[in-house]
Design a protein around this ligand. Structure first.
Ligand code: GLA
Length: 759
């Protein structure tokens, strides 16, 4: 007789297949004994399928996800939340009964719905056939396991439209990666009018609250909260890039979960073009989050035999509040998403870089850049990046984009002398590029006016005096790959800052023909990813930063191909506390590039001490963007000390666990973060005060994430501790008794480290 239960244990990314009795009896779900990064002991991950009840169960880290095929053949969500006992069993899925005007399909929580039948809630897939039929009802067909991935095949009740749902579970965090592949096996073409990656269904309950990120140029990553009530909230981008107006991330907590406790479900789309997240509370008060390609103006034609793959949609669960939800995202990004550059222990630690933009803007030339490079090297900078202005006839933002040859007036002997100089100073060299853009005043545009996104005969709106090259076109892709490859082949370039300073308008793709024109929404970004993938394959040491007028292209799609992101053009170190706080909800400090720039800043004309500016930037990946020609000897020596200090704690900041202890939200006067290293041996603490008021002291600092019984020594590397602070105490003491810092005045900051002194 066939064994009714198939269980797959995922160990070290390898899958072992067991017979059910053996597995359960042999304690497959026992604690593995290896301490997890987040401090808990976790059982191994597994995927389990019960062929009798038709229930699928995925377990990893602290999370269990369960779904089942119901009596109508629909795939129904049964559970998503805290990890359950291995012996907990689920009955077969059973659809909800019809309820007044809402029939079963619309009330039953399904994993992936076609628009058809009696569905009123947001569908995952909507198609139209050439005969005018638009009805699509998807039913379970089969499933397969492949490594740590489960595939479930669904099909329309009549026509040969297939959808394969993919579920991949991450052992370290329990984060699930979902996507769907839509395949036309009929004999005629069809048009996909809406394609989502999947729907996350929350447990049936009320009192949910949504958090999401919104922003604008120089004001990215504001965190917003919204109670979920009947109705639908749609978060989206229609701009051909992921942000910054909204970011494709969400978190939903239950009953007012806090930073430290309570249930939080969270997720993010891995897509860098127009996207959509619909958060819907239906008439039965159930909450569903459906996400994927933006359905506005969408229309992807599939010929017989063709397929469309949706973006990945990641989702996770935290039983320990919002802080843990963020730490799970950070860990997943560092361990399972970012490029690893051949180092199996994780992505490369980010080097301290210098960037010339705020110092010189477009006025780059050989002697000036060399002088800056010397000064940058003297304070311990490891990478020198030349920003905009080195190519074509680029004097300002009116001309030159698209002409990627070195400007001979500025660099008479090409880039080599500057690169050699940078190398002689023991730094690597990085270069700014904006590959998908063109100025109408450029040789490229004069040669290929048809290469830009536009509708022929209609106006072409400009933004920052530039147009968007249609990277979906094979010739544009070849041009972009060609010049980037040439730059890397002819020069020793370690890093591209890949910019994107204009959103889409008039997204016409005439050459594709009317039937395929709207494919631009997908093919453009697929080519963007594939250019980076191919470049990285051919030049394995190259690293890339994603920039889009600051943080306009930060998402889990681009993070598969880039090593860091530019957080914001706003480099005011006080404003940055808010931006970086919002950023940290969804994305890892490791990728959060933060420069120390001049004071007063161009943004707010605010004066901040150099120490304050450093401490603000040291919470992420440290860079320097100041005009070093204006610095005093005291500035240089302070900067040298701070860079040296950063190098001592960067692994903790970039790979450790982040605790947002005092959040710069709702007008708070203080901000305080703590990062604890993965091995638990070090913690780094950053404290900021906007203004003292009415004689109140800075709040006492209660740390988190330490070992109660271990001893830690505390040092202030910036600012002062209260005189009675012990130099060494237990983890319990630092977490429960706490310590005081003497921060008083306006725009004050302090930095502390704790080193564990006992095993
Ligand atoms: C964008 C980037 C900046 C800088 C300029 C150059 O605004 O965000 O950091 O590179 O472009 O033009």
């Amino acid at each position: 007789m066939q064994n009714p239960i198939e269980v797959f244990a995922i160990r070290s990314r390898r899958i072992t297949r067991f017979a059910a009795g053996v597995v359960l009896g042999a304690g497959l779900f026992c604690a593995s004994g290896s301490p997890s990064f987040l401090g808990a002991q976790t059982a191994p991950a597994s995927i389990n399928f019960d062929q009798v009840t038709m229930v699928f169960r995925l377990d990893a880290s602290g999370t269990t996800y369960v779904m089942g095929v119901n009596e109508h053949g629909a795939l129904q969500t049964l559970y998503w939340g805290k990890r359950l006992a291995a012996h907990d069993r689920f009955a077969a899925a059973k659809s909800e009964p019809n309820y007044a005007l809402d029939v079963s399909e619309t009330i039953t929580l399904q994993e992936y719905t076609g628009w058809g039948g009696a569905l009123y809630v947001e569908p995952d897939l909507k198609i139209s056939y050439p005969d005018g039929n638009r009805d699509l009802v998807l039913k379970y067909v089969s499933n397969t396991f492949d490594g740590d991935t489960l595939h479930i095949v669904m099909k329309d009740i009549d026509r040969d439209v297939f959808v394969t749902l993919e579920y991949k579970i991450d052992e370290g965090t329990g984060i699930l990666r979902r996507s769907s592949t839509i395949e036309n096996r009929t004999r005629a073409p069809l048009v996909v009018e809406q394609a989502m990656s999947g729907t996350w269904n929350l447990p049936r309950a009320t009192d949910y609250r949504l958090r999401y990120l919104s922003g604008r140029w120089a004001g990215e990553d504001n965190i917003n909260e919204l109670p979920l009530q009947p109705g639908k909230t749609v978060l989206e981008s229609r701009r051909g890039t992921s942000g910054p107006q909204k970011n494709p991330w969400f978190a939903i907590d239950h009953k007012g979960a806090t930073e430290e406790s309570g249930d939080v479900w969270f997720g993010a789309l891995g897509w860098s073009s127009s996207w959509q997240l619909s958060v819907e509370q239906d008439s039965a008060q159930q909450v569903r989050v459906t996400g994927g390609f933006n359905s506005f103006d969408f229309g992807y034609r599939l010929k017989p035999g063709e397929r469309l793959v949706t973006p990945p949609f990641y989702g996770g669960y935290s039983a320990k509040g919002m802080g843990e939800a963020s730490r799970l995202m950070h860990r997943f990004q560092v361990d399972a998403l970012l490029p690893h550059l051949g180092d199996s222990t994780g992505p490369k630690l980010r080097p301290v870089l210098y960037n010339s933009w705020e110092a010189t803007e477009f006025r780059v030339e050989e002697p000036g850049q060399m002088a800056l490079a010397e000064k940058a090297a003297s304070i311990g900078v490891e990478r020198f990046v030349m920003d905009d202005g080195w190519f074509g006839q680029r004097k300002d933002d009116h001309a030159g984009l698209g002409d990627w040859y070195v400007n001979k007036q500025k660099f008479p002997n090409g880039l080599k002398p500057l690169i050699d100089k940078v190398h002689s100073l023991n730094m690597s060299f990085g270069l700014w590029v904006e590959p998908e853009m063109v100025n109408p005043d450029s040789d490229l545009y004069r040669r290929h006016p048809d290469w830009v996104l536009n509708f022929p005969g209609r106006p072409r709106s400009e933004g920052r005096n530039q147009l968007v090259l249609n990277l979906a076109r094979p010739d544009v892709r070849a041009y972009v790959f060609g010049f980037l490859d040439k730059l890397l082949s002819e020069n020793d370039i370690a890093f591209f800052k890949w910019d994107y300073n204009r959103h889409w308008t008039e997204p016409g793709w005439d050459a594709a023909g009317p039937e395929n024109e709207k494919k631009v929404y997908v093919e453009f970004i697929r080519n963007y990813y594939s250019v980076m993938e191919e470049l990285r394959k051919k030049h394995p040491q190259v690293e890339i930063e994603s920039c889009s007028s600051g943080g306009g292209r930060v998402d889990m799609g681009v993070m598969q191909y880039t090593d860091e992101v530019w957080t914001s053009d706003n480099t005011d170190a006080f404003d940055r506390l808010t931006i970086q706080n919002g950023f940290s909800y969804a994305y890892a400090p490791a990728v959060m590039m933060a420069w120390v720039t001049d004071s007063p800043t161009w943004v707010n004309y605010r004066n901040l001490s150099l120490e304050y500016r450093f401490l603000s930037s040291m919470q992420g990946s440290l860079g320097i963007g100041a005009n070093l020609n204006k610095w005093t000897p005291e500035d240089f020596s302070k900067a040298k000390a701070m860079v040296a200090q950063y190098k001592k704690i960067r692994e903790t900041v970039q790979r450790g666990s982040l605790y947002r202890i005092l959040k710069p939200e709702n007008g708070s006067e203080q901000s305080l973060t703590e990062s604890v290293s993965r091995d638990g041996k070090q913690a780094a603490v950053f404290a900021f005060l906007h203004s003292s008021r009415e004689l109140y002291p800075f709040p006492r600092i209660y740390l988190q994430g330490l070992d109660d019984n271990a001893m830690y020594s505390l040092t202030a590397f910036a600012g002062k501790l209260a005189p009675d602070t012990p130099s060494s105490a237990s983890g319990s003491y630092w977490m429960h008794h706490g310590f005081d810092t003497e921060l008083r005045g306006d725009f004050q900051a302090a930095g502390f480290t704790l080193e564990r002194t006992t095993p």
